[in-house]
Design a protein around this ligand. Structure first.
Ligand SMILES: C[S@@+](CC[C@H](N)C(=O)[O-])C[C@H]1O[C@@H](n2cnc3c(N)ncnc32)[C@H](O)[C@@H]1O
Length: 243
């Protein structure tokens, strides 16, 4: 793993939260999504591999689950890199990759989403699972992150995003927000012991943009052909945008 010591001094938004939550991060995720997160990442990996890309970045890779899913499905010549600014997350990712016998297929890199350490037009696909909200919700660096993703993609390359979303149906949306405010927040706080992390999670999920809002944001950043596939009645969804 490439350890970028400059980043340890970085005041990037949410960095403190994501260096504190790793020990129980995966467990909390599985519980609060009722086990659906595994299926959603697998679908996202399949979407990332559409069009036979040879070079893929998993942005905000965390403990590496999207990278691992891609590596399991991809041919051996596909280069897969996971990038994250949290060293504890990356350490878990690396351990999981080695345990799964996929260590050789994956490179985990310590880096910042607003300063991706790759040249212009390097990737056929950038995938992101559950980190897009962090990079866009009330984040002053939102536009910088979008322009960096645009920069490192080849022309025709795809940005594949799986993220929590807003169900279109008002009743389902209200039930979903109730579930997030009561269950997600409490389980997260109890299991992780980190009140601010799961308060932030609940607030940002309830307040987050609709699929149309995300689409507009991606179009403003220069992407085209933006598509959306809702998951679990719209509680989450997969957006795909093209450079
Ligand atoms: C909610 S977690 C998602 C992790 C993983 N992708 C998953 O599917 O579980 C968000 C991840 O994005 C990373 N992250 C947030 N902002 C970042 C930034 N500006 N640069 C790099 N990584 C960032 C965090 O460290 C964290 O690991």
């Amino acid at each position: 793993m490439n350890n970028n010591s400059d980043l340890n001094r970085s005041p990037s938004p949410l960095h403190g939260i994501f260096t504190a939550v790793p020990p129980r991060y995966d467990l909390v995720n599985h519980i609060i999504t009722l086990g659906q997160d595994k299926r959603w990442r697998k679908l996202t990996a399949v979407a990332c591999l559409k069009g036979n890309p040879s070079c893929i970045l998993d942005l905000g890779c965390g403990t590496g689950d999207l990278s691992l899913n891609i590596a399991r499905l991809a041919g051996k010549n596909v280069q897969i890199s996971g990038l994250d600014y949290s060293v504890p997350m990356l350490e878990l990712a690396k351990r999981k990759a080695e345990k799964a016998g996929l260590g050789d297929k994956l490179a985990f890199i310590h880096g910042e989403a607003t300063k991706i350490p790759f040249p212009d037009g390097h990737f056929d696909c950038v995938g992101i699972s559950f980190a897009f909200r962090n990079l866009t919700y009330k984040n002053p660096l939102c536009e910088l992150h979008l322009s960096e993703v645009f920069r490192v993609l080849k022309p025709g390359g795809r940005y594949v995003i799986v993220e929590s979303s807003q169900p279109q149906n008002r009743l389902i949306r209200a039930l979903c927000h109730f579930y997030v405010r009561i269950f997600v927040k409490s389980v997260g706080i109890i299991l992780s012991g980190n009140r601010s992390a799961y308060r932030y999670l609940a607030e940002s999920m309830v307040d987050y943009y609709s699929p149309v809002g995300v689409r507009e944001m991606l179009l403003r950043a220069g992407f085209i052909d933006v598509t959306y596939r809702p998951l679990l009645l719209g509680a989450a969804g997969i957006h795909v945008a093209q450079k």
